[in-house]
Design a protein around this ligand. Structure first.
Ligand code: F6R
Length: 615
């Protein structure tokens, strides 16, 4: 997970590296570091914690610099070795002439380290990355050519890497290489860039070349050369980024998370655009590249995902089974990859991922492909590794999500699942026509209803203030909103560090009820008119009888709820089956305001990173 940037060009190198790293800070923030090639000298600066510490350090030590013309930078999410100055990147070889930054995990680093120690290399850190620095330096001593030394070295690495390398004796050359970790080249005029992700370069150029596994990029200010691992030049397509730097601005909101929560109505309109335009017309989901006859006979779907995307997958399972009658299994990618699955060529495997870079999901997808399953990817990053593995691709078009806690990408995934489930139902032909029409009509109404929730958040803020001192929460729901309970609890955990757990309401009495007393608030999701309302109400009564404080999230207007519950958060009327697309919003806001009251770092919660590129 770590973010890397490399730059050669005419601009102020320190500013370019800082601007790039700032926009990659969602990838990690345990420590930060840069190496500069300054008039033939390699100068390295590192600090612990967030990038701001490094910026302050550089401001104080600016007079040490003459005129750097190239540099590499890194922000770390620790894997091997604790977050410490010695483990912070860039790492160097023994003589200090070669510097490396790295994202990924080198699996055979222990063997390599031992070989290199025997050759006299002096290791200082506990990281796997330092091995790469010594390894390339060892090859450089033979070839005296950085590009070749990098190629020869990466052939010996097992695992995942995206690296940027510089050498004192080749000023103004930055070499990048990748395998199983994202890396791209930004194409400029009189300058070129290497980075983990597009936000790092958008301020300077929209022209991008995505590197593939086992490719090596060599950039100078005027030239970009890309080769395969054997040195054969590869001709790559230059793509133009379809978004503006303004997407990386908070636009007056205090945090990116709050801005992204408020973007959800437009995100939903975007997802529906061109796919659901007329309630009498079938859903236009041309992205699913499976012929209708095969889809008609489809009997098994597996959905693999992690975290918040896994919760979207649970809603997906519920509605695909409900609308289309196809059996769906949902599994965490990290579990799927370590067992004998029954995936085969007749299975549709759906991978869901906001980032498209989650290592566990990528591995799971590759395993499914080896079993000849058709792989459909639902992602917010159509430029990602996962998207490139897809047989079918549904881009969710939520726009760049900067806050580490996923919000708008989740609703976009949900809406994509609704479209897919209706599409499958229309092909299978099992759903009543007027029911389908109502469903589509209500889907189109969703953005307006969410706007209503967002236009008055005072009750949610009040609830957050009232409950922000509690140390534990239980979220309960049944049916299609069970995943919402999981997701609401996850949001609270992630950004406020409060212990919150989602349970099926009916399971409460089978164990968790033992924890209930006045210190354990129970938040329940109650949507009348469906199959679960009355049952959940009874579960709430049971909790009340154990002195638990009760919070209701409901579309009911029943005033009796106000006497049973300590707080009632109301949302506009919505059918139970579509309600997860609305119920998630007040829960995102509740988590946001609690974290805000507690003074937490909402956009960059501790220990997390937005893109989890390690298994
Ligand atoms: C939570 C969150 C994570 C991710 C998970 C999977 O707010 O963002 O739980 O959902 O790490 O990431 P993606 O969706 O990028 O595969």
């Amino acid at each position: 997970m770590c973010g890397i940037v490399g730059y050669v060009g005419h601009r102020d190198v320190v500013s370019v590296l800082f601007s790039g790293l700032t926009n990659l800070e969602y990838r990690g923030y345990d420590s930060a570091g840069i190496a500069l090639n300054d008039k033939g000298d390699i100068k390295i600066y590192k600090t612990l914690g967030k990038l701001i510490n490094l910026k302050n350090e550089l401001t104080e030590r600016k007079s040490e610099l003459i005129q750097p013309t190239s540099g590499i930078g890194h922000i770390r999410w620790a894997t091997h070795g604790s977050p410490s100055l010695i483990n912070a990147h860039p790492h160097t070889c023994t003589c200090g002439k070669l510097v490396v930054v790295h994202n990924g995990i080198i699996e055979n680093y222990k063997e390599l380290r031992e070989e290199l120690i025997n050759k006299g290399c002096n290791f200082r850190s506990q990281t796997d990355t330092e091995t790469i620095a010594h390894l390339i330096a060892d090859e450089y001593s033979k070839t005296k050519k950085l590009e070749e030394a990098v190629r020869n070295s990466v052939k010996k690495l097992q695992g995942a890497y995206a690296i940027c390398v510089m050498h004192k004796d080749e000023p103004d050359v930055v070499v990048g290489a990748r395998k199983h970790a994202p890396m791209l080249v930004g194409v400029g005029e009189g300058e070129n860039f290497i980075a983990s992700d597009t936000p790092a370069i958008i301020e300077y150029t929209k022209k991008t070349i995505y590197l593939d596994d086992n490719e090596v990029a060599v950039i100078t200010k005027d030239k970009i050369k890309i080769t395969d691992i054997n040195g054969n030049e590869v001709v790559k397509k230059v793509e133009i980024l379809p978004w503006e730097p303004i997407a990386l601005s908070k636009l007056g909101y205090k945090h990116f998370m709050l801005k992204e929560i408020h973007e959800q109505p437009d995100v939903i309109r975007n997802v529906l655009n061109g796919k659901l335009y007329d309630i009498d017309a079938p859903i236009a989901l041309n992205e699913v590249k499976i012929d209708k006859d095969t889809l008609k006979k489809l009997i098994k779907i597996e959905i693999i995902a992690c975290g918040t995307s896994l919760h979207a997958a649970l809603v997906g399972k519920y509605i695909i089974e409900d609308f289309a009658g196809i059996s769906v299994e949902v599994e965490a990618s990290s579990e799927y990859i370590y067992r004998k699955t029954t995936t085969d060529s007749s299975t549709l495997v759906i991978g869901v991922s906001q980032s498209g870079e989650t290592a566990d999901t990528i591995t799971a997808i590759k395993q499914a492909k080896e079993k000849n399953a058709h792989v459909l990817i639902i992602t917010n990053r159509p430029d990602s590794n996962m998207a490139r593995l897809a047989d079918s691709l549904i881009p969710v078009n939520a726009g760049i999500e900067v806050s580490v806690a996923a919000t708008k990408s989740y609703t976009a995934q949900l809406i994509s699942f609704y479209l897919l489930a209706i599409h499958l139902a229309e092909i299978k032909g099992g759903l009543d026509k007027s029911y389908l029409k109502n469903l589509k009509h209500e889907l189109i109404q969703l953005p307006t209803k969410i706007e209503e929730v967002l236009s008055n958040t005072s009750a949610i803020q009040e609830c957050a203030r009232k409950f922000s001192s509690f140390k534990n929460f239980i979220y309960i729901a049944r049916g299609v909103n069970l995943a919402t309970a999981f997701e609401g609890a996850l949001k609270l955990k992630e950004i406020s560090y409060i212990n919150a757990t989602g349970y099926a309401a009916g399971e409460l009495k089978h164990g968790p009820i033992a924890m209930l007393d006045e210190t354990m608030p129970v938040l329940s999701i109650l949507i009348p008119g469906g199959i679960s309302y009355e049952k959940i109400l009874s579960n709430c009564e049971e909790a009340k009888a154990r002195n638990a404080k009760l919070i209701a999230l409901t579309s009911s207007t029943d005033s009796n709820l106000d006497s049973l519950f300590d707080v009632v958060l109301r949302i506009p009327p919505v059918s139970e089956i579509l309600s997860p697309a609305i119920t998630c919003v007040p829960l995102q806001l509740l988590a946001y305001y609690i974290a805000e009251f507690l003074g937490k770092d909402v956009d960059q919660p501790r220990n997390l990173a937005k893109s989890v590129t390690v298994e």
